[in-house]
Design a protein around this ligand. Structure first.
Ligand code: CP
Length: 343
């Protein structure tokens, strides 16, 4: 039998703009119709969560129900076997099963496997290579969906892109998008900021990354983002002054992430900067007043009065709930594409 390549939704980098735009059009149509169908009857969506979730878990299970499909959720080590992820590991510790067998078996039961596997923030090279999701793609015999890996959160990115297109129905081009770093008690991975920047650039917006100097993405990611911006002929700049970055912005997207320069080698200093030195980077009403009446975006979950003040989050300009709703519609579209279902 001929080997047909498996279509994964594991990285936005492997999807061309027209294919992503087609998914967005389908998602908008599904949203407009409040779409329900039994076209996916008999299909099963397998979801592996190495890390917690509210939106991703519920929106994917809901999307499956709306398509007439079923879903099963696995939390390794909590009600299912702890999974070993390292190649060549001598499994004489507390990990009972290897992902090679687990994913191989799930491929025989499920028609798509979704995987959430955050960056560990312990091994720079493991995280930079998005190693775990790459291994799972290799071991799976069915399409794999990235539910947030070390470096990317493509489903969140698509929901954000749909939200931006709803906010600016005349087009996102030349609108100004600012991704602002924000303080947080914990070191967080780069997946959301990486993807938010990618999506804003690919949607044709003028993009500014506002972050303290220690919080730049790594050189490879910056190079990738710059090449995307060059390809689109779009503006992409960096400001280490939050006030300057916010001036005249149409969208402020807030997110915290750990300093890639420090988190692997000097986590104590990284924590000090995040909690003390840059505590003033909380997104406040005074900062939002510098913008062009900007909409406020966040992927959630969000720490109130640390990342963003109550006043901003509770204002009419905050669209975080709309972003979360759009997870459902874009993921329904992604499942339909991977399962070859039509309207
Ligand atoms: N934004 C997002 O992925 O939310 P959860 O972590 O709750 O799934």
């Amino acid at each position: 039998m001929e080997n047909v390549p498996i279509l994964n939704f594991d990285s936005l980098a492997s999807w061309a703009d027209p294919d992503l735009e087609e998914l967005l059009e389908l998602a908008a149509e599904l949203k407009a119709r409040n779409y329900r169908s039994d076209a996916g009857r008999g299909k099963v969506l397998g979801l592996i969560f190495f890390n917690p979730s509210l939106r991703t878990k519920v929106s994917f299970e809901t999307a499956a129900i709306h398509l007439g499909a079923g879903s099963t959720v696995i939390h390794p080590g909590s009600g299912s076997w702890p999974l070993e992820t390292r190649i060549g590991a001598v499994m004489d510790g507390n990990k009972t099963e290897h992902i090679k067998e687990a994913v191989g078996v799930l491929s025989r039961y499920c028609d798509v496997i979704g995987v959430r596997a955050f960056a560990g923030l312990k091994d720079r090279f493991e995280d930079a290579g998005d190693t775990l999701i790459r291994r799972i793609v290799e071991f799976a015999d069915v399409p794999v969906i990235n539910l947030e890996s070390a470096n990317e959160h493509p489903c969140q990115g698509m929901a954000d892109w749909l939200t931006l297109s709803e906010l600016f129905p005349d087009g996102t081009a030349q609108r100004s998008f600012v991704l602002s770093w924000a303080p947080h008690p914990n070191p967080l991975p780069m997946a959301v900021p990486n993807t938010a920047l990618e999506v804003a650039i690919r949607s044709g917006m003028d993009v500014t990354l506002a972050c303290p100097p220690e919080y730049l993405p790594d050189d490879d990611r910056l190079g990738y983002l710059r090449s995307l911006a060059d390809g689109k002929g779009s503006y992409f700049d960096i400001s280490h002054d939050q006030e300057q970055g916010f001036r005249d912005a149409d969208v402020i997207y807030a997110k915290s992430w750990a300093s890639q320069q420090l988190v692997y080698d000097n986590p104590e200093e990284e924590a000090r900067l995040r909690r003390e030195e840059y505590r003033g980077w909380t997104v406040s009403e005074a900062r939002m007043n510098l913008t062009n009446n900007a909409r406020f975006m966040h992927c959630l979950p969000v720490r109130r009065n640390v990342v963003v003040t109550d006043k901003v989050l509770d204002s009419a300009n905050a669209v975080h709930i709309q972003q979360a709703e759009n997870r459902l519609h874009v993921q329904k579209a992604i499942l339909m594409k991977l399962w070859n279902l039509s309207l």
